[in-house]
Unconditional design. Structure first.
Length: 107
């Protein structure tokens, strides 16, 4: 599960290693501590992949682009003929997709 760095809590474990400038910072399975989280923040890393954690809520995870678009389509399915709702959906989609693509470019 992908989580924004500020939402990662001590005790959670990395699913994938974290690299910065070609250097390994933390390997897969590393348990996060406050010190490690500070290093990740200082390196400008915005998203990390964590092992599954039942204490992480859906709103704390960063969806893939496909997951996000599917979810947005489901939310607006009953408003397909309403021009204002279609415009709202498109605005939300544009802003959030820009955010997701920006996150991807920083990884």
């Amino acid at each position: 599960m992908r989580v924004l760095t500020p939402l990662v809590k001590p005790g959670q474990r990395l699913k994938k290693p974290i690299m910065s400038g070609g250097q390994l910072l933390f390997g897969a399975g590393t348990e996060m501590s406050r010190r490690y989280l500070r290093v990740i923040h200082e390196e400008g890393i915005r998203v990390v992949d964590l092992e599954p954690d039942p204490h992480v809520s859906d709103w704390e995870t960063v969806p893939s682009v496909d997951q996000y678009v599917r979810g947005l389509d489901e939310r607006f399915i009953h408003h397909q003929r309403n021009r204002k709702m279609k415009a709202l959906k498109q605005a939300i989609k544009d802003v959030y997709l820009d955010f997701l693509f920006e996150l991807e470019s920083k990884e």
